[in-house]
Design a protein around this ligand. Structure first.
Ligand code: 0A1
Ligand code: ZN
Length: 883
C-alpha cells in the first residue's frame, strides 16, 4: 500500500543501470514469520553509464533491514538512506562487495509476490518486481548476475530448490538442513526462484539434439503425484519441437517444474525451475477436462519456450515485455497448432482476442503492445501485450514466410544471447536477416487500438477485372487521438459462384496461377486490381485472421453461406458462420428494443442445419460453427452496449435453433455418444466437443428427454469432460431438484480435489439460472472458498463478473456494487488480483444509460473506499477519467 499517489514510469526516461552486479550470493534461513535473507553482491560501476560514482540505489519493499556492509566494513545508519522503496548508498570506489542482511515475513505475504507460504510450502514469484520484496537489489531486468542460493530449513521441508544445479547439501545443527544451488547463466532477479516443502516428484529424461541428457522433474504435494504425466509428456514434446522448429536446445542438466496452489497467474519461467499454478500443470482424465489438458500442454510449452525467448535473451525494461511474451505466445500457439487441430486452435485464440483484447484496446486501459508509460507494471500483463503481441509476431511470420522468419529468429538469438534486448532489436534482426525494411510495421508496437478495414469491390464483367478497395482507420485511444496507417498483411482469395477457388492474377503480373495472396496494406486507402476474373467473385478476406483488425464488408447471408460451405480456409468458414450469426442477432436486438415480436433469420437456422448435415468436417470445427457469438463478444461489437437486448437476443436465438434443429442435434449426439476409453488427443477431443455442444443445445429446450440424456451422461461419465458438460447442461437449464442433486453428488465425490472444486464453483457462478447474486454470495461462504486463493476468487467472482452476463448485468446494478465491494476487500490482500477483477466495471462508458451510471457509481465507490494499492489505483483512476 502507498502513502501518496503512485508515480508514472515512462519509457522515454530509460537509462542504463549505474552499477552492474557480477555475482549474487543468497542465503535463506526459512521461518514462516521471520525468514532471514543474507546477500553478498559483487558490484561494479557500469562503464557504459557515464562518469563519476553516483550513489548505489537498491529497490526494497516491506523489508526489515538488519545490516549493510561494504567490502566487509559495516555501514552505520547514517552512512546511507533507507526509505519505503529501498536504499541509497553513497559509493567511493568502482568495484566493491556489498553484504546485506534483512528479514521478511513469508506467512504474512498474501500478495503472492516475493517469498510466500502456500499450503505449507515456501515459494517465490519475482516477475516483475517481486525480488525487491525478498531483499534489497537493483530489481530491473537489465541487471544480469550469476546467482548462488543456499536454502536452510527445518528437516520437515525435505525438498529445497532453486535455479541451476545443486552443488552442495548437508546438515545444520541437527534439526535443520541446507542445499546450495548455482546457476551458471547470468540472469535478472525476476528469474530467481526458491521452493521449499514436503513434495514428491516424478522424473523422466530427455536427450537433446546434441546428445546431452537432461533430467526432468515435476514436484507436487504427494496427493497429486498421479496427475503429472500429461505435463511431463507435454514438456518433452515442447523440448523436441523447439529443437525442430527453432533449432533451440535446452542448456542446463536439469529442468524442474513445481505445482503450487496459490498463484496469481498461470505459471512462471524461472531459470531451470518453472513454478506453476497447480491448475495449469496437474491433470488426470477423471479430474481434468479436455480444455484443461490442452491448456496444460500450451502453458508447459510456453514456460519452456521462455528459456530462449525471455531467459537467454531477456527484456531491457518492462516496456519491452511483449518482446518475450508476444514472441513466446506465438511460439506456444504454433506448437499447439502442430499438436492439435490448427484451425480450431486459431479459432479459439481469435475468439478470445476479438472478445477480450479488442475490448481492452477500446477501453480506458488501452495501450500499445509496447506501452510508453505505467504506474504499476503488474497491470500490463495484458491481452494486448501477450495476445496482440503474438499477432504482431505472427504478421512478421506471414510477411517473411517461415524460412525468412527462422533466419530472423536465428539472428536475434545469436546477437542477443546472454543479454537484455528491446522490441526494436527483434524487428532489426528480422530486417537484417532478410534484407527487408519494416519501418512502417513498427507502428504496431507504438500505436494502440484495433484498426478497421472497410473493404469494397467492383467487378467489371466486360474487362474481367476485379478491383478491391481497402480503407483503413483506427479509433482514438487514450493519449493517441490520431493514428498513422499500419502495415497490414491481408491474406485473401476469391470464390466462384460454385465455391471453387478463382485464380488470382494481379494487374501486370506474369506469375503463374495462385489462389491465395497476402495483400500488403500500407496506405489509408488502397486498391488492388485482379485481371482475368471470369465471373463475379466472392472475396474471402483476412484468411486465418492474418492481422488483428476488424474487417467490414457487406456480405449477404447467401454469400456467407457459400463461404461457410466452400471456403478452403477453415478459419474463414467459421468466421462466415459468426458473421451470419452476428447479423441475425443484431436484428433480434433491434427488434427487442422496438418491441417487435422476435423472429430468427431462417438463413441462420438453415446454415446451421447444413453444417450439421455436411459430411467429412472436423467435428471440432462443426462445434465452433454451431456456437453463437457469446454475449461478451456481442457487447464488444456494439456501439453502445444494451445488456438487456443482448441477453434477450441470445436466449431467443439459442432456443429457436435448439427447437428447429432438435432432430439433427439428437442424431449427432447419439452418433458421438459412444463408449471409448478416454484419450486427450485431438480427434477424440473434437468428437467430445461436438457431442457436448449438441447436448447443451438439446437441454436448452428443457425437454424431459434431453435433460434425461444429460442425467444419464452425468451418471455414466468416466472422464471430467463428459461429466462436467452434463452437469453444466443440467445446471444451466433445469432449475430443479435434479440439478441440485447432481451438484451435491459431484461435490461430495470431488471435494478433496482443488481443481474440480474450482470447476464446480465456476459452473454455478456462470449459470444464468443458479449464479444469481444470492447464490454467489452463498458460494463465498462455502467452506471451500478462500479470498486469499486466486483460483477460488477467479472461479467464483471472476466467472460471475466475466462469464455470467445475465446475472452480472441485473438492471438494478446489484452485480456491479457487489463486485466493487469484493474488489475493495481483495485489494487489502492481493492487489494484483483486485486490479484484474475490477475490469468489467471499467467499461462503463460503453453501456446505455442506466447500467452506465450504476457501473460508474460502483467504480467511484472503489475510489472513495480509502487508500488503494498502486495496482488498483491505476486501473480505477484511468477508468474514471472523463475526457
Ligand atoms: N512470465 C509469466 C507470467 C507471470 C507474470 C507475473 C507473475 O506474477 C505476478 C507470474 C507469472 C508468463 O508469461 O508465463
Ligand atoms: Zn510468458
Amino acid at each position: 500500500m502507498r502513502d501518496a499517489q503512485p508515480g508514472t514510469v515512462y519509457l522515454k526516461d530509460y537509462r542504463q543501470p549505474d552499477y552492474l552486479v557480477d555475482s549474487t550470493r543468497l542465503r535463506f534461513e526459512l521461518e514462516p514469520n521471520a525468514t532471514l535473507v543474507q546477500s553478498r553482491l559483487k558490484v561494479r560501476r557500469n562503464p557504459a553509464a557515464g562518469e563519476g560514482l553516483p550513489p548505489l540505489k537498491l529497490d526494497g519493499v516491506n523489508l526489515e533491514l538488519l545490516s549493510v556492509a561494504m567490502d566487509g566494513a559495516p555501514l552505520a545508519a547514517a552512512d546511507f538512506t533507507c526509505h519505503d522503496e529501498g536504499l541509497s548508498i553513497p559509493v567511493d570506489r568502482a568495484e566493491f562487495t556489498l553484504e546485506i542482511c534483512n528479514r521478511i515475513d513469508p506467512e504474512g505475504n498474501t500478495s503472492l509476490e516475493g517469498l510466500y507460504l502456500s499450503n505449507g510450502m515456501y515459494c517465490t514469484q519475482c516477475e516483475a518486481e517481486g525480488f525487491r520484496k525478498i531483499t534489497y537489489y537493483p530489481d530491473r531486468p537489465d541487471v544480469l548476475s550469476k546467482f548462488t542460493a543456499t536454502i536452510i530449513a527445518p528437516r520437515d521441508y525435505p525438498i529445497l530448490l532453486s535455479n541451476g544445479n545443486e552443488v552442495e547439501r548437508g546438515e545444520i545443527d541437527g534439526d535443520r538442513h541446507f542445499v546450495t544451488w548455482e546457476d551458471p547463466f547470468a540472469k535478472p532477479a525476476y528469474l530467481f526462484a526458491l521452493v521449499a516443502g514436503r513434495l514428491e516428484k516424478v522424473e523422466d529424461r530427455f536427450t537433446t539434439m546434441s546428445g546431452r541428457e537432461v533430467v526432468l522433474q515435476i514436484f507436487t504435494e504427494p496427493k497429486n503425484i498421479h496427475k503429472c504425466a500429461h505435463a511431463m509428456a507435454s514438456l518433452k514434446a515442447a523440448m523436441r519441437w523447439d529443437e525442430e522448429v527453432y533449432g533451440r536446445e535446452y542448456d542446463l542438466d536439469i529442468f524442474m517444474i513445481v505445482a503450487v496452489d496459490h498463484f496469481n497467474m498461470g505459471a512462471m519461467e524461472n531459470k531451470g525451475l518453472n513454478i506453476f499454478n497447480s491448475a495449469c500443470v496437474l491433470a488426470s482424465p477423471e479430474t481434468a477436462t479436455d480444455a484443461a489438458f490442452q491448456r496444460i500442454e500450451s502453458i508447459v510449452a510456453h514456460e519452456y519456450f521462455h528459456n530462449w525467448s525471455g531467459n537467454r535473451v531477456t527484456c531491457r525494461d518492462w516496456f519491452q515485455l511483449s518482446l518475450k511474451e508476444g514472441f513466446t505466445v506465438f511460439r506456444d500457439a504454433e506448437f499447439s497448432a502442430d499438436m492439435n487441430s490448427r484451425a480450431v486452435k486459431r479459432i479459439e485464440d481469435v475468439s478470445m482476442l476479438r472478445t477480450a483484447q479488442f475490448a481492452e484496446d477500446a477501453g480506458p486501459m488501452s495501450h500499445p503492445v509496447r506501452p510508453d508509460s505505467y504506474m504499476e507494471i503488474s497491470n500490463f500483463y495484458t491481452l494486448t501485450v501477450y495476445e496482440k503481441g503474438a499477432e504482431v509476431v505472427r504478421m512478421i511470420h506471414t510477411l517473411l514466410g517461415p524460412e525468412g522468419f527462422r533466419r530472423g529468429s536465428d539472428l536475434y538469438f545469436d546477437r542477443h544471447d546472454g543479454s537484455a534486448a528491446t522490441c526494436e532489436d527483434f524487428i532489426a534482426a528480422m530486417e537484417d536477416a532478410n534484407g527487408v525494411e519494416l519501418q512502417q510495421f513498427r507502428r504496431w508496437y507504438s500505436q494502440a487500438g484495433t484498426p478497421i478495414l472497410e473493404i469494397s469491390d467492383d467487378y467489371d464483367a466486360k474487362q474481367q477485372r476485379y478491383v478491391l478497395t481497402v480503407r483503413q482507420s483506427c479509433p482514438p485511444t487514450p493519449g493517441q487521438p490520431e493514428k498513422q496507417p499500419f502495415h497490414i498483411p491481408l491474406k485473401m482469395g476469391l470464390l466462384g459462384a460454385d465455391g471453387s477457388a478463382l485464380p488470382l492474377v494481379a494487374e501486370g503480373s506474369s506469375e503463374g496461377e495462385i489462389n491465395e495472396r497476402v495483400l500488403e496494406i500500407t496506405e489509408a486507402e488502397q486498391s488492388f486490381t485482379f485481371e482475368n476474373i471470369a465471373e463475379q467473385p466472392l472475396p474471402s478476406l483476412l484468411r486465418g485472421f492474418s492481422a488483428p483488425v476488424k474487417v467490414r464488408y457487406d456480405y449477404t447471408p447467401a454469400q456467407l453461406r457459400l463461404l461457410m460451405r466452400a471456403d478452403r480456409d477453415a478459419f474463414n468458414r467459421w468466421d462466415a458462420s459468426q458473421r451470419l450469426a452476428f447479423g441475425a442477432m443484431a436484428q433480434l436486438q433491434r427488434d427487442f428494443r422496438a418491441g417487435i415480436a422476435l423472429q430468427l433469420s431462417s438463413e441462420l437456422v438453415e446454415a446451421y442445419r447444413s453444417v450439421l448435415q455436411q459430411e467429412g468436417l472436423d467435428p471440432a470445427l462443426v462445434a465452433e460453427m454451431l456456437t453463437l457469438p457469446s454475449a461478451q463478444t456481442l457487447a464488444e461489437e456494439a456501439e453502445t452496449i444494451d445488456a438487456e437486448a443482448i441477453i434477450a437476443a441470445r436466449k431467443f436465438a439459442e432456443h429457436t435453433l435448439a427447437e428447429a434443429l432438435y432432430d439433427e442435434l439428437l442424431a449427432t449426439y447419439r452418433r458421438l455418444n459412444h463408449d471409448k476409453p478416454y484419450r486427450p488427443v485431438a480427434d477424440d477431443i473434437a468428437e467430445r466437443r461436438l457431442k457436448n455442444t449438441a447436448l447443451a443445445y438439446l437441454c436448452v429446450t428443457e425437454r424431459k428427454d434431453a435433460l434425461a440424456l444429460a442425467e444419464a451422461q452425468f451418471v455414466a461419465a468416466t472422464n471430467m469432460t463428459d461429466s462436467s458438460a452434463a452437469l453444466a447442461a443440467l445446471v444451466n437449464r433445469a432449475d430443479d431438484q435434479c440439478a441440485e442433486a447432481a451438484l451435491q453428488s459431484f461435490y461430495e465425490r470431488w471435494k478433496e480435489d482443488d481443481q474440480v472444486v474450482d470447476l464446480w464453483l465456476g459452473l454455478q457462478s456462470s449459470s444464468p439460472q443458479r449464479g444469481t447474486l444470492g447464490a454467489v454470495r452463498a458460494l463465498m461462504l462455502h467452506p471451500a472458498f478462500e479470498l486469499t486463493n486466486p483460483n477460488r476468487v477467479r472461479a467464483v467472482l471472476g466467472t460471475f463478473a466475466n462469464r455470467n452476463f445475465t446475472q452480472f448485468h441485473q438492471p438494478d446494478g446489484s452485480g456491479f456494487h457487489f463486485l466493487a465491494a469484493q474488489v475493495i476487500a481483495l485489494d487489502k490482500l492481493n492487489p494484483q488480483i483486485a486490479a484484474r477483477l475490477v475490469t468489467p466495471l471499467t467499461r462503463w462508458k460503453k453501456y446505455r444509460t442506466g447500467p452506465r451510471e450504476a457501473m460508474h457509481a460502483a467504480l467511484q465507490s472503489v475510489m472513495a473506499s480509502g487508500q488503494l494499492s498502486a495496482d488498483l489505483y491505476e486501473v480505477v483512476s484511468k477508468s474514471l477519467k472523463t475526457d
